[in-house]
Structure formats: C-alpha cells, structure tokens
Design a protein around this ligand. Structure first.
Ligand code: ZN
Length: 490
C-alpha cells in the first residue's frame, strides 16, 4: 500500500522542483523609466563621424599597402576636433597608425580601465560602389543618418568614446582610476600590428588593466535565443578560437577517358562529406549558461521550464540550440567548407585537389584538438592536412560575478532601460583577445543598436548609423566613464 504512494509523490515533488526553478527565472519588475543620462551633442558627434568616414582608412594584410595619408588625416581630424583631450591626455602613436591615449587618474594605486576601438575599415567590394545610397567614403549626413563605410564598424563607437571624454573634460571631471583609450589600426586584418603591439607595449610597462571593453557585442532587436524576449544587449564574455585547415589530395592526373577507380577529387569529396556529417559535439557549458539564464526570464513558460532545469532537459535544450546555425554556433565548434579547388579542363584528370575548411572553436577545445579530430574523422592518409594562415585558441571566459560587469550592465540600463543585458559568446575575432593576456576581465560590447535590416550593412553596402543612436552611444560612454572610473574595486 505504502509503495503505491511513492510514484505520485515523486511526480508531485519533481513537478514542484521544475516549477520552482522556472519561477526563479523571472524578469526584474519594471522600474519607472529614469531620465536618460546626458551626453555629448548628437549633431556635433555626427559631424565628427562624417569627417572620419571621409578618411578612407582601409586596412590591408600587407602593411606596405596601407594608405598612410588616410590615417594621418584621421589623426589630424581627431587633433582638431578634440582640443581638451589633446591637452589633458597623453597621446602615443603605436606602429605608425594606432593610437594610445592615457587619461591619468587621481589615484595611481588603481589599475586602469581600457576602452578599445579600431580606426581601420574593410574595403568596399569592387563593383558594388554604385549600390550605395551615398558614396561609401563621402561621409554624407542625410535623413537622420551618417552614411558610409566604418560608421557601424566602428568609427561610430570611437567617436562616441572621444566625445564622452571631451565632454567630461569640459565639465571639469577628473577620473579616480586611469583611463586608457586604445585604438588599433588593423583589426580587420588580425589586429597584430595595432592592438597586438599596444598590448605588448603595456605588458613591457607592467600595466595590468582592471578591466577592458572592446566591440564584439551589440544591442539586438532579436536575440539569438528566444526571439520573443525583446531587445537584448549582448555583452561578449568570451571569444571562439579560429583555425583554417587545408586538405590536399594529389593524384596521377592523365586522360579523363581512362580514369582510375578513385580520383583525387573523389577522395577529397569523401573527406569533406565525412567532416560535414560528423559535426563537433554540442556542449552546453559556461559560454551559454549566462545567456540562457538571462534570456530564459523572458521566454514562454514551457521553454523557460526546460532552460531552468537543464539537469533534466539538457538533451532537449541542446537539440533546440543545435537546430539553427545562429544558436548552433554558440554550442559547438563549427565546421565550414569555404574553398574547393581542382582541375583545369573538363577532359583532364585533376592532379591535385584541395579544400579549405574554417573552424570556429568553442571554449574548452583547442586548435590542436580540432586538427586531431579532423585527422581521425577523415581516416585517410592520402588526404594531407595542414594549418594555413593565422589561428588561435578560444579566449578564457570573463567571470561575470564582478563589479566591472555590474557597472557595465548599469550603464547599459541607464541609457537603454527597455533592454535586457545578457552575456554572450563572440563568434568573430576582435582586438580584445590580445588583452586577455593582461587581464581576466575583458568585455566585448559597444552600444550599437542593430535593427533587423542592418544584417547586411556591416562590411556590406549602405553602412550607416542614426544620429539619435550615436547620441545614445555618447551618453552610454559618459555614464560608464563617470561610474567605472570612480569604483575602487573590480
Ligand atoms: Zn570592428
């Protein structure tokens, strides 16, 4: 008789536990909307941004192909437009084009905070110039927007940071903690000579930043998980690793009329198929825990219950995440076959066939592990595998239980009260990864508002930034500098 009660009692207890955990994922009660903190004048910021867009600071892999004049012009614009910064801050030019500003704090015992940015932009794809509403380097201000290459990525942010500092200097503000502004010049081509060199310089000087903020996250109208949640500020607290492998098969070649049983192209194709069929395993670890917990608060009840009870529903949540490419990229090392080359003529057997496969590596794995797994999956000694180009391991994850993260979230919510703040894993590469050598508190976020139709604008056609959003960015950095530089603890 007693045994009969055990099953229903257990079911009730389990349900109770599931619901209790789901209820804990509750959004914070709405607060009265506070007045937006003041910041620099949006129209003036727009003029500065337009002037910087007109300096076509396109970066090239080959440093000799950099347009030195464009960078000099940009430096000149900064000197002319920010007189207080250039009087009160120490300015250093690193590797000819990068800039490092030091705003000394009143308490030299405190480690500095670093605000990062990059001055370079990607080129405009030849043949697409005519598709732009306004020429990409004309810096047109029209219809409430500043148009042009680099407005979103990321001269708008640089302008917002500098106007915030200039405004604070104007009102006589002096930071307690030293502030470093580190603006690289080659982020779009690896960042080694810019941010890499700045970090090497700071390391030499034994500078250990308290925390660092670079681009890498933005305010998105539709978050990657739970699109019904509403706008979210995604703060990058880690970055995936990067690796490209070349797979090469060499064969006999010869006349296509007498082909062997297996051609170099066939062998390569089979290797590629194996890689695509046996994707890397899905891992629901630390990189997405914070994101799921935060976004879970705004999800419908059933999804919220699954997210809040991953000890039970982990396979369901994992399957949910693996379904779409955007969420899958957060929970696994991705495999992308990007280039295939073989053959010269339709009646000649290809002597060599090669392909390139790009991997974005999940924290917890390494470039060496990825290469080893690829070898194991292909299991064919005729396929030669080698690493090409730059490669790096994932960065360590930035801890979120810190005053720094709280201060950053507070500044976001002060300026964007309707926006939820959530940590995120960054898929692309940013200059911030160089700083992880010096400091564990590295965040990737700039308050760029990405609207649904903005997807193709960054690195694409018709890049633009609204003057209103630019103004809010200025208010954000003003607020952040005011609070972050006064905090004696991290
Ligand atoms: Zn960028």
């Amino acid at each position: 008789m007693f045994m009969l009660w055990i099953v229903p009692a257990a079911v009730v207890a389990l349900l109770g536990l599931l619901l209790a955990r789901a209820f804990r994922l509750r959004p914070a009660p709405p607060t009265e909307e506070p007045e937006r903190p003041s910041g620099p004048h949006p129209e003036r910021m727009a003029e500065t941004l337009a002037a910087l867009v007109r300096c076509a600071t396109i970066s090239h892999e080959d440093p000799d192909r950099m347009d030195a004049q464009a960078f000099d012009d940009l430096h000149g614009e900064l000197g002319a437009r920010f007189p207080r910064i250039h009087a009160a801050l120490q300015r250093e030019v690193v590797n000819r084009h990068s800039l490092l500003y030091t705003w000394p704090g009143s308490d030299p015992s405190l480690d500095p905070v670093v605000l990062m940015g990059h001055l370079d932009v990607v080129p405009v794809e030849p043949g697409t110039e005519g598709d732009w509403t306004h020429p990409p380097f004309s810096g047109e201000v029209d219809g409430g927007y500043v148009w042009g290459r680099g407005t979103m990525d990321m001269k708008g942010t640089v302008v917002a940071v500098l106007h915030a500092v200039e405004g604070l200097l104007e009102e006589g503000f002096s930071p307690r903690r030293t502030v470093l502004l580190a603006f690289g010049h080659d982020e779009e081509v690896s960042g080694q000579r810019g941010a890499g060199a700045i970090v090497a310089l700071l390391e030499q000087r034994c500078v250990r930043p308290a925390w660092v903020l670079d681009e890498g996250g933005a305010i998105v109208a539709r978050p990657p998980v739970g699109t019904e949640v509403g706008p979210v500020a995604l703060v990058g607290h880690g970055e995936k690793g990067y690796l490209t492998l070349e797979l090469r098969v060499t064969g006999e070649g010869g006349h296509a009329a007498m082909p062997p049983a297996e051609t170099s192209v066939g062998i390569l194709a089979r290797a590629l198929t194996r890689l695509e069929r046996r994707r890397f395993p899905v891992r629901l670890g630390q990189p997405v825990t914070g994101l799921l917990t935060e976004l879970g608060k705004g999800m419908p009840f059933v999804t919220k219950t699954a997210v809040a009870n991953q000890w039970l529903f982990r396979p369901v949540v994992a399957r949910m995440m693996a379904r779409a490419p955007v969420t899958a990229s957060l929970v696994r090392t991705t495999t992308a076959i990007t280039m295939v080359q073989a053959g010269t003529k339709d009646n000649v057997l290809a002597q060599a066939a090669h392909a390139r496969v790009n991997f974005r590596i999940l924290p917890g794995e390494t470039t060496a592990c990825v290469t080893e797994r690829v070898r194991r999956l292909i299991r064919d000694p005729r396929v030669r595998i080698r690493t090409v180009g730059l490669h790096w391991d994932p960065t360590p994850m930035t801890p979120l239980a810190s005053r720094a993260y709280a201060t950053l979230s507070d500044a976001i919510q002060a300026v964007y009260p309707q926006v939820r703040v959530a940590p995120n894993l960054v898929n692309g590469a940013t200059d911030a990864r160089y700083f992880t050598r010096l400091c564990p508190h590295v965040f990737r976020f700039s308050p760029l508002v990405l609207y649904p139709d903005d997807t193709g604008r960054i690195h694409g056609t018709n890049e633009r930034l609204s003057i209103e959003d630019l103004g809010a960015m200025g208010a954000f950095y003003t607020r952040l500098l005011r609070t972050a530089t006064g905090e004696p603890r991290i």
